[in-house]
Design a protein around this ligand. Structure first.
Ligand SMILES: C[S@@+](CC[C@H](N)C(=O)[O-])C[C@H]1O[C@@H](n2cnc3c(N)ncnc32)[C@H](O)[C@@H]1O
Length: 377
């Protein structure tokens, strides 16, 4: 398996990479922040959990991670890597799905042109069987298989089930069809079961990571944070010592459009261009954006200890940064602010799509009680 020069000698290193997701934290960054500001057994909260990088990192480091994510793609990744089913069950389920794929031959022939240019006929039948039969919301085994399938649904030639495509963001159907035609690129003729078996076994080869009581919930943080706060009050569940998160950046990416093909495999619309619910598009309305940040940080404040560190990575674009700062200062008054600039050193994803304008880079906004420093200093 190609490892891009990285080493994959532990279970954490094999599972942490699930899966490709726009604006995800670098894993070493999440590890470093968690080690600096929490001790083993303490709780880390992420109300914009994405693919669960911070939550998984917390679990792997012996902390308890609690996350909320509104995108089903991010949630499936996060939940599956925190709590994967046993390997034998996942392999058996893969074979069951493959055995059923004959029932999807007619449907595979009537899919829109994009799918015919993207996947070979046998891969299309296999994906349709997975789409119809995997109960990823309720069943641990089905969710684990689905998460690994989502990782390899599209990507570079030879490394994915699809015709040549970027792995992090799905191309738009019209653009993809044109690009494949111009580049004479064809869907790979591979055996989906063999392809997936190798990748599933590789993932499990060093074992799995203990969840340490970590959880990630699917839904809207504005509604779920108050429910969690109620549990903290009633059941004495410990509050978080660290809030580590990264909200969506204002107007930067469209969370539905980037993931439309993976959302399709999860059973949603076949269309890249439909608008999904609130907080699942591009975040372009200034007042709604500010209000979302205020609600979520305000509600998260009830779930963290008085001396908690609030660590937020965001865009250094003035509007996003100011809106984030305003929401943080309102929700967590009386703490000291530290700003750490994080300029982009590599081209961003939009650069790859032809956008050469200078980028504002990122910034870490950290709030902590006066007198509180880094653990290891
Ligand atoms: C910048 S990404 C976070 C990425 C994450 N740090 C990771 O490593 O994968 C922001 C995330 O916030 C999620 N989100 C936006 N609005 C939300 C809401 N109201 N409730 C929960 N999650 C939300 C988006 O779907 C997106 O996954």
């Amino acid at each position: 398996m190609a490892d891009n020069g990285k080493t994959f000698g532990t279970a954490a290193k094999r599972w942490e990479g699930i899966g490709p997701y726009y604006a995800m934290f670098p894993i070493r960054f999440a590890d470093a922040v968690i080690k600096e500001y929490t001790a083993e057994g303490e709780t880390v909260l992420d109300p914009f959990a994405g693919r669960g990088t911070a939550i998984f990192s917390a679990a792997a480091l012996g902390r308890r991670g609690i996350g909320i994510e509104i995108s089903p793609v991010g949630w499936v990744y996060a939940k599956a890597k925190l709590c994967p089913a046993p390997l034998v069950q996942v392999e058996e389920r893969l074979l069951e799905i493959a055995d059923a794929d004959g029932k999807y031959a007619v449907q595979a022939r009537s899919l829109p042109k994009f799918f015919k240019k993207c996947f070979s006929p046998s891969v299309r039948r296999f994906l349709l069987a997975a789409r119809a039969r995997l109960d990823w919301r309720r069943c641990i085994c089905d969710r684990t298989l689905m998460a690994i399938l989502l990782v390899y649904l599209h990507g570079k030639e030879g490394q994915a089930l699809s015709n040549q495509m970027r792995q992090a963001k799905a191309m738009s159907p019209h653009y993809a069809i044109k690009w494949w035609a111009e580049n004479e690129s064809k869907p790979p003729n591979l055996d989906a079961v063999e392809f997936m078996q190798q990748r599933i076994r590789w993932r499990y080869a060093k074992g799995v990571v203990e969840a340490n009581g970590s959880r990630v919930y699917l839904g809207n943080s504005t509604a779920l944070l108050p429910q969690l706060a109620q549990r903290v009050r009633k059941e004495g569940v410990p509050k978080a010592k660290l809030l580590l998160t990264s909200p969506p950046y204002f107007g930067v990416t469209n969370y539905h459009y980037d993931q439309w093909l993976r959302l399709w495999l999860l059973g949603f619309e076949t269309d890249a261009y439909v608008a999904r619910g609130p907080y699942q598009g591009r975040f372009t309305h200034p007042d709604r954006y500010k209000s979302l940040l205020k609600k979520i940080f305000g509600r998260a404040a009830k779930l963290v200890t008085d001396d908690a560190v609030i660590y937020v990575r965001t865009s250094n674009d003035p509007f996003t940064k100011q809106a984030t700062l305003d929401a943080m200062l309102e929700a967590f008054p009386g703490k000291r602010l530290i700003e750490r600039r994080r300029p982009f050193r590599k081209p961003t994803q939009t650069h790859l799509f032809g956008d050469k304008t200078p980028k504002p880079g990122e910034v870490d906004l950290v709030l902590m009680a006066d007198g509180r420093g880094r653990r290891n200093r």
